[in-house]
Design a protein around this ligand. Sequence first.
Ligand SMILES: [Zn+2]
Length: 81
Amino acid sequence: MTTCGELARFLMAYLDRELPEEQRASFEQHLKACPPCVIYLKTYEATIRLCKKSCAEDARLPGAVPEALVQAILKARRATK
Ligand SMILES: [Zn+2]
């Protein structure tokens, strides 16, 4: 079962469709059960899209998620426990 930490770590691979089938399925299962991670994923995707638009290169953004967003997700997770 994918945890939130794993999800954050493999998000880029997931979006690039580089995850093995099994891990991908586990990933999607986690997304179904964890709304904060869906928000995280969508924000991440939007960030990449924006950057691809504004950058000439196919820029990768490891660790480019704003700290405030990370904190908000962690807080939301604690609240749903
Ligand atoms: Zn999660």
